[in-house]
Design a protein around this ligand. Structure first.
Ligand SMILES: C[S@@+](CC[C@H](N)C(=O)[O-])C[C@H]1O[C@@H](n2cnc3c(N)ncnc32)[C@H](O)[C@@H]1O
Length: 272
């Protein structure tokens, strides 16, 4: 397993913004739905944790024009893409696991990122504790551990080699076997002692994807990255051929040429 890819930081820091942004409409919608539920009129200091290429961070800066807005990420590629577009956002290279704000923020926002970080029992109360009184923690994470795309990702590591053998290291298989996001009640229990109100909900989007092997292309931009990063060229080729075959069965192309990819997400808006 590469040093960048140990189970504590399965995401690694090398992201490909263009692969991630292939489905930017589908990825943007939950980010905006989360933002809409933030109950703050005029926050002064805002952090977007795991800001990626900064698309949402810039929208945050537009929604609250007088706020100081910071985008935090540990991927140089993503931050370079973010900084390439002029904006008044301050981009910060930092690892969320070690990050703490210079001044107490009014809003900590994080879309599609905290699932990459382990130990939510420690992480969520820690983030809530940084907020100014009256502030808010707003988080969205995918709930796709049980989705066929992710089950097949794990199963193909277990038995996808010719003859039904394993692929990749035990550490990789263990890291992928970790359930990244807990259920809604767990986050309620984690945060209730630190907050004055908690708004938690789930949404399942029936995503209509275009293009060949659309689900494979989707996961290549996010969940499959640890597998692709770790396997050597030969293993990667074997893995991708078998995983693609299984994905095509699980997500058949519809008569109109589109592929349906149901995707469940968990939203948390916690006010302190
Ligand atoms: C799936 S992208 C989401 C990007 C953005 N929030 C959005 O909604 O488009 C996840 C981002 O989290 C970042 N990330 C993952 N683990 C991180 C960590 N420990 N510290 C900082 N950033 C991290 C990645 O570099 C990546 O840019």
């Amino acid at each position: 397993m590469s040093p960048n890819n140990h189970p504590g930081q399965l995401a690694g820091t090398h992201w490909d913004p263009s692969q991630y942004l292939k489905f930017s409409d589908h990825r943007l919608r939950p980010a905006l739905e989360l933002l809409e539920r933030v109950p703050l009129a005029s926050p002064a200091i805002i952090y977007d944790l795991g800001c990626g290429s900064g698309q949402v961070t810039r929208l945050i800066a537009q929604r609250w024009p007088s706020a100081q807005v910071y985008g935090v990420d540990n991927s140089k590629e993503m931050l370079a893409q973010a900084a390439a577009e002029p904006s008044r956002v301050h981009w910060i290279e930092a690892d969320i696991r070690a990050w703490s704000p210079a001044k107490p923020p009014d809003l900590i926002y994080s879309n599609a990122t905290l699932q990459w970080i382990e130990d939510h029992a420690q992480l969520f109360p820690r983030l809530a504790s940084y907020l100014k009184p009256g502030g808010c923690l707003a988080v969205q994470m995918p709930l796709n551990w049980e989705a066929a795309s992710h089950r097949l990702m794990r199963e193909t590591l277990e038995n996808g080699a010719p003859g039904g053998g394993r692929l990749g290291s035990q550490a990789l298989r263990q890291a992928l076997a970790r359930k990244w996001v807990e259920n809604a009640q767990t986050y309620y229990d984690l945060l209730v002692g630190y907050t004055t109100s908690l708004d938690i909900w789930e949404t399942e989007y029936l995503q209509v994807l275009e293009g060949e092997d659309a689900v494979l292309e989707w996961v290549k931009g996010t969940g499959l990255r640890p597998v692709l990063n770790e396997l050597d060229d030969t293993q990667r080729e074997i893995y991708l051929a078998e995983y693609t075959r299984r994905l095509r069965q699980a997500y058949p192309v519809r008569p109109d040429g589109k592929t349906l990819y149901p995707f469940r997400r968990l939203f948390i808006v916690a006010a302190v």
